[in-house]
Write a protein that binds this ligand. Structure first.
Ligand SMILES: [Zn+2]
Ligand SMILES: [Zn+2]
Length: 213
């Protein structure tokens, strides 16, 4: 009953493996460390078949490795419908790969719209649409265990930037407000350290940071 975090190095995002009979991966990093990531994920899975790879949003630091990991682990990719096209098209511009000095490999993705629940057998993860950092950003929330995987919407000690393409400050405020109502216990963000036990406070602090409260 665990969320394993592979901490991101450099600009790469944190990668998560959510355990159970049907384990899920959340985000893939940019793919620049593909072999190392694959080795660690394979070890964590311990022979279990990965059910799916869920991408929190379109950005290259989260999705650049998606095509190669999806192939290597034989797992489908899932992303919110509003962020699907740039990944499907391998858009260097719209995934911000250009900003990171990388090239985006196109990947087949299945679309989410929010509200879906994925059960690993140990965790039921609900997809929560949280636009603001990008228009198709999502978070994943385990209501029973109050675990929030927050992508680049909220970090321990901050929020995602809203000045990149499709970002929107007002939408980000609404999304963070929505997350604060969930009152999470454990926060697993897309970058930086996780916050275990005081996730709710971190989300409230994010609203303060946004100048809302
Ligand atoms: Zn990121
Ligand atoms: Zn991002």
């Amino acid at each position: 009953m665990t969320v394993h975090m592979l901490p991101g190095t450099g600009y790469d995002c944190n990668i998560f493996i959510v355990t159970g009979d049907r384990p899920l991966m959340v985000d893939t990093g940019s793919g620049t460390r593909h072999a190392r990531v694959l080795e660690r994920v394979t070890k964590l899975l311990g022979g279990a078949k990965l059910e799916a790879i869920i991408l929190t949003h379109r950005h290259y630091d989260h999705t650049g490795g998606a095509a190669a990991l999806s192939r290597a682990l034989n797992a489908p990719l899932l992303v919110h419908k509003d962020d699907a096209a740039p990944i499907r098209e391998g858009s260097t511009r719209d995934t911000e790969a250009q900003m990171f000095g990388g090239r985006m490999e196109r990947a087949e993705v299945n679309e989410l719209s929010g509200g879906e629940i994925f059960s690993t057998g140990e965790h039921d993860l609900e997809v929560i649409h949280t636009p603001g950092h990008t228009i198709g950003g999502i978070c994943l929330f385990d209501r029973a265990k109050r675990i929030l995987l927050s992508g680049d919407t909220v970090f321990a000690g901050g929020v995602g930037r809203w000045d990149l393409a499709t970002g929107d400050h007002n939408q980000l405020v609404e999304s963070v407000r929505k997350l604060s109502l969930l009152d999470p216990l454990d926060l697993y963000p897309g970058h930086g350290p996780c916050a275990l036990g005081d996730g709710g406070q971190q989300v409230k602090d994010a609203l303060t940071y946004l100048g809302v409260i």
